[in-house]
Design a protein around this ligand. Structure first.
Ligand code: PRP
Ligand code: ZN
Length: 299
């Protein structure tokens, strides 16, 4: 096996993004000789290997070129980027694309009895966080004079331990905050999983593999977000209804047997179709709406 030209992708070993990251690779058609105890999953059908690591280590591995690609939360990416920027250094990695999983946000949260209801009250407080650079940047933008207290874990315990007055931590379901009597004050950063790549040079073979893999990933994400929408529309409202369909260029318009004032509209929506979208379509006169998943797509 020529390790020189194999592509390496760093993914989270266990945690929020682990299952989705591996699942994405499998949907891209990659097969691995897997062994749950090993930290490297060797690709069987393409020269692409997975490195299973701690999420916080992923930007560093990509930056030093140990891995060419990494799948990691936008929160971890942004923290590392700002750390490098504050040190006057290039990040050494760049974003390739946003992925469609791992949505969460970084928020400032306060103990329920602290009497803090507005970010304007943060001056002079201590804020525990594992994201000191993101927090610092946010405080600077808001001209707030609070003191970040860096902790590597169990941040939600800091106020009770007397280490800080409030916290800045990742919120996904909100269960951790609720269990610790903490209330969200403000969102500091919205995050989801991202694909990042090294800015280092690589051989042509690796570059080609990276291109193939990222194209497949784009296809998988695109299909997962796409829906096939069918509805009936009053002919008079056709333009308005077409405009409301997210990410559609030219829908197919079909006449309905024995009905002159209505048409059937079929369209592939390349952006997420929310309930709100359907409600807006209904208000515009649409009826008999169906939203179907798309299995595969080839432009
Ligand atoms: C985050 C955060 C909280 C928890 C919030 O930790 O520090 O503990 O998740 O999630 P919830 O709102 O669903 O309760 P994470 O599991 O990401 O660990 P890590 O930061 O060490 O990777
Ligand atoms: Zn982590």
């Amino acid at each position: 096996m020529n390790t020189e030209s194999r592509l390496r992708v760093a993914v989270q070993k266990s945690g929020r993004l682990a299952d989705n990251s591996r699942d994405l690779m499998v949907r891209c058609g990659l097969r691995f000789s897997r062994d749950d105890d090993r930290l490297i999953w060797a690709g069987e059908n393409l020269a692409i290997d997975l490195l299973l690591v701690r999420d916080d280590d992923i930007p560093g591995l990509v930056e030093e070129g140990t891995c060419e690609l990494g799948i990691v939360g936008g929160n971890v990416v942004e923290e590392r980027r700002l750390e490098r920027v504050y040190q006057g250094l290039d990040p050494g990695f760049e974003d390739v694309m946003k992925l469609d999983f791992g949505a969460c946000h970084l928020a400032v949260a306060v103990p329920r009895d602290a009497g803090i209801v507005d970010a304007g009250q943060l001056d002079g407080t201590r804020i525990a966080t594992s994201y000191p650079h993101i927090l610092r940047s946010w405080l600077e933008r808001r001209s707030l004079k609070a003191q970040p207290v860096t902790m590597s874990g169990s941040v939600e315990l800091a106020p009770r331990l007397g280490k800080a007055d409030l916290i800045c931590d990742l919120v996904s379901t909100g269960a951790t905050l609720a269990a610790n009597d903490l209330d969200e004050l403000e969102t500091v950063l919205d995050s989801r999983a991202m694909l990042i790549r090294t800015t280092r040079d690589m051989c042509d073979a690796r570059r080609d593999l990276m291109h193939r893999l990222t194209q497949r990933m784009e296809g998988v994400v695109q299909v997962r977000e796409s829906k096939y929408v069918m509805l009936h529309a009053p002919r008079a409202a056709l333009a308005e209804i077409t405009n409301l369909l997210p990410g559609t260029e030219a829908p197919t318009v079909v006449s309905l047997e024995g009905c002159d004032d209505k048409v059937a509209v079929h369209a592939v929506c390349n952006e997420y179709v929310f309930w709100e979208t359907l409600e807006a379509l209904k208000s515009a006169g649409a009826s008999s709406m169906l939203v179907l998943p798309v299995e595969k797509m080839l432009a």
